[in-house]
Design a binder for this molecule. Structure first.
Ligand SMILES: *[C@@H]1O[C@H](CO)[C@@H](O)[C@H](O)[C@H]1NC(C)=O
Ligand SMILES: *[C@@H]1O[C@H](CO)[C@@H](O)[C@H](O)[C@H]1NC(C)=O
Length: 314
């Protein structure tokens, strides 16, 4: 067939029609995929709350994923609260963000231990221990956390164990000072840092070693320890004289207390994948065999929230 001008115009028009039609039919690339149950709020303040997390008991998968959105603060802030295996010990954590397998939280009192003048048996000491207990919850401390201890000749003893697997571990972190310096730096003089491996129970106790060392205990008597994300106190510098008074230390060094804690999450530590675990077009993966539980993810070529169901995309 001879290609005439008219023919070409025709083809051109047809091509355009096709092009426009395909645009109209293709779903917008940023099609909103459901990340919450129908009728549920997807955000609290600036934080996205993806299912299985949810604001209120109807919107979350179960009570362990229940988010309390405090709207009396501006912007509103989400909180997570749950009870551990003993049903006695409640964690109340501010939520910073939630990803597919981790949640960043914050509770500065819970993450902090402080002690002045002494050993834990001494009546003068207050709050010399930190106890983070995630037994029988969907959460564990991830391996992205670190312990930072500031003090002069002070020892933090870290004990961690898992109730389910009976794996125990312990480390110590000892911070030293020198009389010739007035500035403490991390991880160097006056500061000790150590990484914490994944665990569902962490117990940190502070001991003052000055009484058995060369100095008397009146020399910069306070020590503090905090658990939080690796790297956020990487360049921490402080005046050693702040160790005279732990309240003054915290006032002058707010970043020591205000740290995110990184938790791993999964569904139900006491069950494995079964047929009904995950939503449409998703697959189930058993979690770490040491800790139990499972997570869902969308099948190849699908996207969305794997707990609610995934959709195919083009
Ligand atoms: C969550 O918050 C932490 C701490 O601020 C940050 O380092 C991390 O990149 C954030 N993650 C996401 C997915 O936004
Ligand atoms: C000890 O910790 C509790 C809560 O964990 C807190 O209310 C109290 O103010 C702390 N005391 C001191 C002296 O830091």
């Amino acid at each position: 067939m001879q290609i005439t001008k008219q023919n070409m115009v025709m083809r051109y028009a047809l091509f355009h029609m096709f092009f426009l039609l395909s645009l109209a039919v293709a779903p917008p690339s940023n099609a909103a995929t459901n990340n919450t149950k129908p009728g549920c709020q997807s955000r609290c303040g600036n934080v996205d709350i993806p299912y299985p997390f949810g604001i209120g008991p109807y919107c979350s998968m179960n009570v362990d994923f229940n988010i309390d959105c405090n709207i009396s603060i501006n912007p509103p802030k989400p909180y997570l609260s749950f009870v551990n295996s003993n049903d006695t010990y409640v964690h109340y954590l501010e939520v910073i963000n939630i990803s597919k397998s981790q949640i960043y939280v914050k509770n500065s009192e819970l993450q902090l231990a402080r002690s002045c003048y002494g050993m834990p048996t001494n009546n003068n000491t207050v709050n010399h221990s930190t106890r983070l207990d995630f037994f029988a919850t969907p959460y564990t401390l991830s391996d992205a956390n670190q312990l930072t201890v500031v003090g002069c000749e002070d020892l933090a003893v870290v004990r961690q164990f898992s109730n389910l697997t009976h794996i125990y571990g312990g480390i110590g972190c000892l911070s030293f000072c020198t009389d010739t310096l007035s500035i403490g730096t991390c991880p160097s003089w006056g500061c000790c840092q150590t990484n914490i491996s994944k665990t569902d129970f962490l117990y940190v106790t502070l001991f003052d070693m000055q009484t058995i060392g060369r100095r008397d205990s009146r020399y910069l008597p306070c020590s503090l320890a905090s658990v939080g994300m690796i790297g956020d106190l990487g360049n921490f510098i402080f005046n050693l004289s702040d160790l005279d008074d732990s309240t003054a230390f915290l006032k002058n060094n707010k970043e020591f207390m205000d740290r995110p804690l990184v938790l791993d999450w999964r569904i139900d530590p006491f069950s494995n994948c079964n047929k009904t675990s995950c939503g449409k077009n998703s697959v189930c993966n058993n979690w770490d065999f040491l800790y139990g539980g499972y997570q869902c993810r969308c099948m190849e070529g699908y996207e969305g929230n794997p707990y609610l169901g995934c959709q195919g995309y083009f």
